[in-house]
Ligand binder design. Structure first.
Ligand code: GLN
Length: 232
């Protein structure tokens, strides 16, 4: 039997460049773990969607205001966010870590940030973590809308460090972006797909069912391996 035609064309917001979760490949296609999981889940669950690559903070606001049906953007499932979002089952474990330039031999820990400025991305767990230790370690915070600008700020020397999710840092460092880590990663939350609290229950349900099917079929592992295997 033919599957029924898709009933929905969901608008799904995501971040700008946040490799390996969402980024443009060499041909300009939007790829990454989030994008590939979403695509496979949509096929499995027979729905259509349009990705809106608006940036993380704009995605948060656009989902809560009802502008978008949902978001997938390496978004951490946190208790604070549960007040305004409903989350899918977790699909990736993450957490925050500090990044400094590979050429920087002056910073060995947070205590070396005293009197310096630190770059973060608006609305993120990295920003929240940096704010939570800023007074203790005596640094100031500069906020940016996307990770590329945040890293640029460190490259120009305006900021001494950036706080970012460790899988993103590890991926960038492996690609030779000129950064390194010198501190342990902070314990952090897992990523989830999100909708505004109390809305889009069907979409959330489809995401969870599709995710479970991808885990069972091995497709989930295949997608992760595409971006995280030793030679990726
Ligand atoms: N995982 C982090 C958060 O949820 C960062 C997400 C992102 O920058 N796309 O705040």
């Amino acid at each position: 039997a033919q599957p029924p035609p898709p009933a929905q064309n969901y608008s799904i917001a995501t971040d700008t460049t946040f490799a390996p979760f969402e980024f443009q490949d060499e041909s300009g296609n939007l790829v990454g773990i989030d994008m590939d999981l979403l695509a496979a889940i949509a096929v499995d669950q027979n729905f259509e969607y349009t990705v809106e690559q608006v940036g993380f903070d704009t995605a948060l606001q656009g989902v809560t205001s009802g502008q978008f049906n949902g978001m997938i953007a390496g978004m951490s499932i946190t208790d604070a966010r549960k007040a305004t979002f409903d989350f899918s089952d977790p699909y990736f474990d993450s957490g925050v870590q500090m990044a400094i330039l590979d050429s920087n031999n002056d910073i060995e820990g947070y205590e070396d940030l005293r009197g310096k400025s630190v770059a973060v991305k608006n609305g993120t767990e990295g920003a929240t973590f940096a704010a939570s230790i800023a007074d203790q370690y005596g640094f100031t915070i500069r906020s940016f809308d996307d990770s590329a600008t945040m890293f640029e700020e460190v490259k120009t020397g305006n900021s001494a460090a950036a706080f970012e999710d460790y899988p993103v840092l590890a991926y960038g460092i492996k690609q030779g972006n000129g950064f390194k880590t010198v501190t342990d990663k902070e314990s952090g939350a897992s990523y989830g797909f999100a909708v505004a609290k109390g809305t889009n229950a069907q979409l959330l349900d489809q995401f969870n069912t599709g995710l479970a099917n991808l885990r069972a079929s091995g497709q989930y592992d295949e997608i992760l391996d595409t971006y995280l295997s030793a030679d990726a």
